[in-house]
Design a protein around this ligand. Sequence first.
Ligand SMILES: Nc1ncnc2c1ncn2[C@@H]1O[C@H](COP(=O)(O)OP(=O)(O)O)[C@@H](O)[C@H]1O
Ligand SMILES: [Mg+2]
Length: 403
Amino acid sequence: MKINIGVFFGGRSVEHEVSVISALQAIRAFDREKYDVTPIYITREGRFYTGEALGHIEEFRDIPALLKKSQEVLPAMENGRLKLVRQPAPRFGKAVAAEIDVAFPIVHGTNVEDGALQGFLRTLGVPFAGCDVFASAVGMDKFAMKALFRERGLPVLPCLRFTAREVFDGPEAVADRIMEKIGLPVVVKPVNLGSSVGIRLARDREALLDALDYAVSFAAAVIAEKAVENLRELNCAVLGDADGVEASEVEEPIAGDEILSYEDKYVSNAKGGAKSGGKSGMQSLKRLLPAPISPELREKVRHCACEAFLALDCAGVSRIDFLMDGKTGETWVNEINTIPGSLSFYLWEPLGKPYARLLDELVELALKRSRSAAEMNYTIDTGILKNASFGGAKGAKSSSAKR
Ligand SMILES: Nc1ncnc2c1ncn2[C@@H]1O[C@H](COP(=O)(O)OP(=O)(O)O)[C@@H](O)[C@H]1O
Ligand SMILES: [Mg+2]
């Protein structure tokens, strides 16, 4: 029997388009001998659609036309399976458009990758691939993740967190604290975005005030962090869960600008140069793979990547990104991407793991987690409701729920 995979993608996120690219790459890579794959596209309005046309990247050039060809659905559980129920309910024909055994979120950014979609799937009770709610939520918050990395003894740059309210009310005071505690140059980032959105490097106080003002236009909180000079970047993915992890090859992405921009990551090569073979998405970024670094540094990066993955209790595949001062060789863990662009499949190929096998392992890990969850006790029958009463029509006030 084939396993039915439901690939969820899109969503109310600034990284909506990147998610479409990552998801459609994965949909093509699943081994069809083992899996049936159903695309489930979440629109920017938070509506769910399925249908054959959603598996073709060209169709996304005209999304309204694509949605007309597709079927709106509502996810609902029945007998332990996720059913996609046609919406509105059809007068004739089948009410269920597809059934899913394992949900596969390939989403990037807030409202989806940050534990929101994972929480929804967990509430429904369908097995899903990748990080659970906690790791997804912490992995989206650049301040919270660094706190856990630091706790685990990993090298992390000094940083401060400010709410947008603090920046609006007293930008000068915020700048004072940053100058005192961190100094210049400094990088200011929205706390929970990706793809370099809202990030600026400041080399003087005026630029710092501008950077703060800019970052708070994207998020309710920002971080200010020591800027790394002579910047080189290294990325390494990790696959597994708390029972065991393995690290991928290490890549060095090449920036075209001071800050590796959205343009660098997703647009500059999207049309396909000789090297990218017409592919687009994170895997087509200009990069050196393997990164030209010493075997010792490579092992250090791979070890720290595994530690970072474990620090957040991740599962599935995550990519851990490092910043390095190219002159001193000093290296810091920068961030984790709990659903990396292109699922970082290209980092596993040099180690002999083709994309289809990476996907197999991710499905296995999802099923394993759901089996161990099934063994846990979620129902303790206290009998509390057997004699429950609020003591008459007006009695609701006198009874309170103790927990
Ligand atoms: N502390 C820093 N010093 C120098 N450059 C930085 C620093 N932090 C981030 N950058 C640059 O900005 C890019 C995006 O920052 P990052 O923290 O990775 O956020 P995102 O989630 O948007 O990818 C990095 O890839 C790097 O090029
Ligand atoms: Mg990054």
